[in-house]
Design a protein around this ligand. Structure first.
Ligand code: HEM
Length: 486
């Protein structure tokens, strides 16, 4: 450390490490928040560490959020940071396998599938998918038996997202073979693939075959729609949304392969994040079943005997508080990073991050820190019903607080609460995710009551080994069906 400080007086202090190249990968990877906090105590909010040949400069806290999420395009690049991982999974020409300007336009193309009008049509479809799933004993087991949520929530997420965003043709193609393809493609989305995006191993080959076959399924639907539909006439789903708009400002049209790849990328963006959020929500509600009853009471008040609609979801503060609290405690993405493209000074310090290094930000660390959230380790949804508390965490950066109908969220990058990121790479799926999670949780609470299995008193610890922060298995619940009148 001393030698490093002498040689590089204008760089952030670096966490000492024993093994070159590997650096602090193991301690960081097994428990990133602990790693961040330990080093924050030693070095402050800004420090660097080595991880598999990359130097990461971590910028913690809301100032770090602002610095990284709002960094200039010429200074940092997400595509340089992520594309080795994402290109083999999503495919060519989309998301990070193109310029940032192209990505910004692609996000706009997708927007027509992510409007309130679209959500109004999605809610009944999601309810039906969830009810069908819960009625299937092969999938959902029997009341009284243990149910592994890590098996249930990825499937429910896939079925609900594909029924709504991909449309009926793609959803109806969902056979065991398709499930296998998605599972193979998913396996290409691991921390290992960041480091070794391509190795001559069967696992990589299966990922590539899966991509090509899934792309082929999309192409079939796209070609059929081109042949039979008036393009621009329909707005059923994400495929329509992109087909109807996919011409860049400079007149270049996306190819059908790129449209298919964009659909794969967008669906993948929502898959793990929403599946893990619903898994954690189920676990917390199993540990504190009183919240199931509060959500149910709220529903009865809002819905009476009616079926849930998208507009009703916005009248349910407790439901939304439970989802926000889950996202606070279990931000699916524990670290977000960018590659530095030209020397980058960190405001408020005398450090400059050199070109070729990375900057890293962790809203999840901020979310779970007592400096920013009272009793931060506790699952307390009611904190989101306390207006003063909410103001503190949503007023960041002087930017207007925007209300999408799910309670206040902010677009300001310096907010302490940023589960969906901020700035140019901010999530486009936030409102879809809130709608999807809200509908799934509403349906669960209406149909069943659940608890942790006998003898289990706490939710599982966090497993940081995958791309998102999952509960460490077993993550089990035991359920009973509510009778019709409940
Ligand atoms: C970007 C979180 C659901 C599509 C992001 C980012 C975060 C995030 C933190 C910013 C990444 C960065 O700055 O590097 C989440 C969470 C979700 C969720 C917590 C659910 C609980 C979804 C859904 C979709 C989606 C449902 C699609 C329908 C995207 C896309 C981007 C993105 C396309 C843009 C990437 C970019 O511009 O670089 N998401 N997301 N996400 N997300 Fe989500």
């Amino acid at each position: 450390q001393l030698v490093y400080r002498i040689v590089f007086p204008y760089r952030a202090p670096i966490v000492p490490y024993l093994f070159p190249w590997i650096g602090s990968a193991v301690t960081y990877g097994s428990s990133p928040y602990e790693f961040f906090e330990k080093n924050r105590q030693k070095y402050g909010d800004v420090f660097a560490f080595v991880m598999v040949g990359r130097v990461m400069t971590v910028c913690l806290g809301p100032r770090g959020h602002d610095f990284v999420f709002n960094a200039k395009l010429a200074d940092v690049s997400a595509e340089e940071a992520y594309n080795t991982l994402t290109e083999p999974v999503f495919g060519k020409g989309v998301i990070y396998d193109c310029s940032n300007a192209r990505l910004m336009e692609q996000k706009k193309f997708a927007k027509a599938a992510l409007t309130r009008d679209a959500f109004r049509t999605y809610v009944p479809k999601i309810i039906k998918e969830v009810k069908d799933y819960m009625a299937n004993p092969e999938k959902f087991g029997q009341p009284g038996q243990k149910l592994e949520v890590l098996e249930v929530t990825p499937e429910i997420t896939t079925y609900t997202a594909s029924r709504t965003l991909m449309g009926d043709e793609m959803r109806n193609k969902f056979t065991k073979r398709t499930a296998q393809l998605y599972s193979d493609l998913d396996k290409g989305f691991t921390p290992l693939n960041f480091v070794f995006p391509n190795l001559p191993l069967p696992y990589y080959k299966r990922r590539d075959i899966a991509h090509d076959e899934i792309q082929g399924q999309y192409l079939e639907v796209i070609k059929k729609r081109r042949a039979t539909d008036q393009i621009g006439e329909y707005n059923r789903d994400l495929i329509d949304a992109i087909m109807n708009t996919a011409v860049y400002k400079d007149g270049v049209a996306m190819t059908d392969e790129e449209i298919a790849n964009l659909c794969i990328g967008i669906l993948m963006g929502g898959q793990h994040t929403s599946a893990t959020t619903s898994a954690w929500a189920l676990m917390h509600l199993a540990q504190k079943p009183e919240y199931q009853e509060l959500i149910l009471e709220e529903q009865k008040r809002v819905l009476g005997d009616n079926e849930l609609s998208f507009d009703d979801l916005q009248e349910m503060p407790m439901l939304n508080a439970v989802i926000k609290e889950t996202l606070r405690l279990h931000n699916p993405l524990h670290s977000i990073f960018r590659k530095v493209m030209r020397p980058l000074h960190i405001p408020g310090t005398n450090y400059t991050v050199p070109k070729g290094h990375y900057v890293m930000v962790s809203p999840g660390h901020t979310h779970t820190h007592n400096d920013w959230f009272k009793e931060a380790a506790k699952f307390m949804p009611e904190r989101w019903l306390d207006e003063e508390e909410v103001k503190k965490v949503t007023g960041g950066n002087g930017t207007a607080t925007v209300d999408y109908g799910f309670g206040a969220v902010t677009k300001g990058a310096s907010s302490p609460f940023l589960p969906f990121g901020a700035g140019r790479h901010r999530c486009i799926g936030e409102q879809f995710a809130m709608m999807q999670l809200g509908t799934i949780m509403t349906t669960f609470v209406r149909e069943i009551k659940w608890t942790l299995p006998e003898g289990v008193t706490d939710v599982p610890p966090i497993d940081f080994q995958s791309m998102v922060t999952l509960p460490k298995p077993p993550a089990e619940i035991v359920y009973m069906r509510r009778n019709e009148k409940n």
